[in-house]
Design a protein around this ligand. Sequence first.
Ligand SMILES: NC(=O)c1ccc[n+]([C@@H]2O[C@H](COP(=O)([O-])OP(=O)(O)OC[C@H]3O[C@@H](n4cnc5c(N)ncnc54)[C@H](O)[C@@H]3O)[C@@H](O)[C@H]2O)c1
Ligand SMILES: [Zn+2]
Length: 767
Amino acid sequence: MADDLFDFASRQATPAQRAEELRRILRRNNDLYYAKAAPEISDAEYDKLFRELEELEAQHPELASPDSPTHRVGNDLTEGFRKIGHPSPMQSIDDIFEKKPGEAAHTDQELIAFYDRLARTLEQDAPIVTVEPKIDGVAVTLMYRNGKLEYAATRGDGKQGDDITANVRTIAAIPAELPAPAPAILEIRGEIFMRSEPFAQLNAQRDAEGLPAFANPRNATAGTIKLLNPEEVAARPLDFLAHGLGLYEGEPLTDASGYENLLTRLGIPVNRPIIIARSLEETREAVRTVSNLRQTLGYGTDGAVIKVYDFAQRGELGSTARAPRWAAAFKFLPEQRETVLENIVIQVGRTGVLTPVAELAPVPLSGTIVSRATLHNQDEIERKDIRIGDTVLVEKAGEIIPAVISVNKTLRPAASEPYSLYHAVHGRCPSCGEPISRFEGQVAWRCTNITCPAQAATRTIHFCRREALDIESLGGSVAETLVARGLIRTPLDLFKLDLETLGSLNLGTDAEPRRFGEKNAAKALQALADARNYPLDRWIIAFGIPNIGAVTARLVATCHRDLHDLSRSDYLAALLELQTMADEYKALNPKARANKTDDEQLKQQRELRRTELKETMEQRAAEYTRRGYLILNADAKSSEPILTNPVGNVATQSLVDFFRSHAGRHAVEELETLGINPSSATYIENKNETVEGPLSGKTFVLTGALSRPRPEYEKLIAAQGGKATGSVTKKTDYLVAGEGGGSKRDKAAQLGIPVITEEQLLSMIQP
Ligand SMILES: NC(=O)c1ccc[n+]([C@@H]2O[C@H](COP(=O)([O-])OP(=O)(O)OC[C@H]3O[C@@H](n4cnc5c(N)ncnc54)[C@H](O)[C@@H]3O)[C@@H](O)[C@H]2O)c1
Ligand SMILES: [Zn+2]
């Protein structure tokens, strides 16, 4: 199958290897989908991998394992939320597919098998089931005690979930109180989701504010219910529908109709329609009915849920660790079509991300004519080997933007070439012509130019944020308008605005003008005047340099006097040079297998180079080690120089790149012209001298196996006024020893230096 994800790997690997690989991929995508609400692959792709693993585990029972993703529900637990134990587990639902993609025959085969299994287990020819739309949202449980909403929780790991009560209280569809007589205990299971129309409005609004759009309503919902500020949640169009029951104490409930009636009386919105089917044929028909209703429901659905009608029969069927045996989710196939990919164009988004977009020969798909599809990023293009001129399979599922699923390689033109986004744009941003780059650990190519026209509004909004220069009255839609009306091209242009221009700025339309006003303008200009004197770290944040957050910005500000100093930083240059030398030193290690040789001359040459490198490193680092800006010491065993870069290699590179880039240099020059040179409020000339603490004047040596990395202890000791050195001498006050550490222990014993444990060290800091 040409569109098989990772099919190359599957042909090479043994079943055990493939199972491990699939589990790894599924776990990663579970985390992206449930905990981070930012999936990277489509549900259909996920389902295919999941099914492959299920089949593999069925064929090779020895490979089965209870912690395989096939035996667990995906885990959405996140930090920052109280955990709530579920009185009965919140489960998933087993999928059944219409047919395998590309397979014409066997339609409904899995549905028939499911129904047969129900009939057999229940010893009944035609068990009654219900069929209802499967809502593509986020599962939630609502606990009502004596008619009052006690808490709301996510599914979590199935056993316990995150307490999202405060957020759920903002959802209008969920009653806080139920009309009497209410059951003593009523635990409602249901779905929080967004309807298509308000979702589209939300995205339009985000786009106007320069925020990234949500890929689909489910992601938007999953992200929203995990926001820490309920006020923000209240502004999002969340909705709710009930579809299940947890703990219950009240008038007896025996079946799906009783449940539906009870909830209707209590004013809890129920997912409808719930079609009752009394035979296999009726079930198949009901599934078709739900499928045909899809376009009219007003919310995204990816299937129909089939459930046994009678509650006693549900009990009889029971459940597995992951899902009930009395229910199944019939997954609809998303509509797919083949067409020719005529060209790939690169769009520069408002945040600087370069997105490849396919231009297609127009095809009708799910009710619209599709002529463009997102290709996501270079990695996706490579993974699917998509080339210009290819015949591709395009899919549109729900409201998601059309996507290219696979390539029909049998129709590939002979002259086609692999596609490279980087080469297509000659390594430069199509909007501003500056070099593009990739962030550590991210797949997207970006333009990081602070003066890129495509990003003017987003950059200005960022520049004005509270954590940056706190000019919030000029952020948001005001920044948009300033850019749209050509009054600013870059954030720095803000400093050139005058009272009259800003005051008469029209925030409305030509027909309905709305002036920014003199009073607001005066306040904004005052905020800009204040910003001129804000400390260096806030300016570093304002520049929006890749990989630089508030913590790094603050750290960098302690090592530089002002922007002028930072923009020509020898310290950052030294860190990069030292890292390069340390890497070369390591690469020449004679003990490394790659360096095994009998060539004595070569060995000598390498040794010479290593000595030279070590000396150069020590010289280059000298000033900064003395000032406590970095640590360079030797590994006890190999005497390999170890560089501890407190800024981090990636961040260091990012900063250096920024200030060396055309755009960065230009920004610094422009600030100079404007008479702005932000200075550091936290600059420390010599970090070794200034720190006073419980360890002041004490010298430590670390040895043996410690529970934390050694550099971490070194930092800790330095932060408390102490000093950590590499070898035991008369000047050493304490040897901190974990397990092992033989020679240093001997030396300490010889010199009568006390040997202490990690715990003793920590208690010296915090008795
Ligand atoms: N794209 C990705 O990277 C990725 C990663 C993980 C999971 N997924 C998707 O999630 C699915 C697995 O997620 P899951 O375990 O939550 O299962 P699921 O979403 O397929 O089905 C179970 C859930 O359906 C919900 N539901 C909606 N309507 C319902 C109704 N009418 N009746 C009963 N329940 C209803 C319930 O909340 C229940 O928890 C996969 O099949 C895949 O499509 C995608
Ligand atoms: Zn650009």
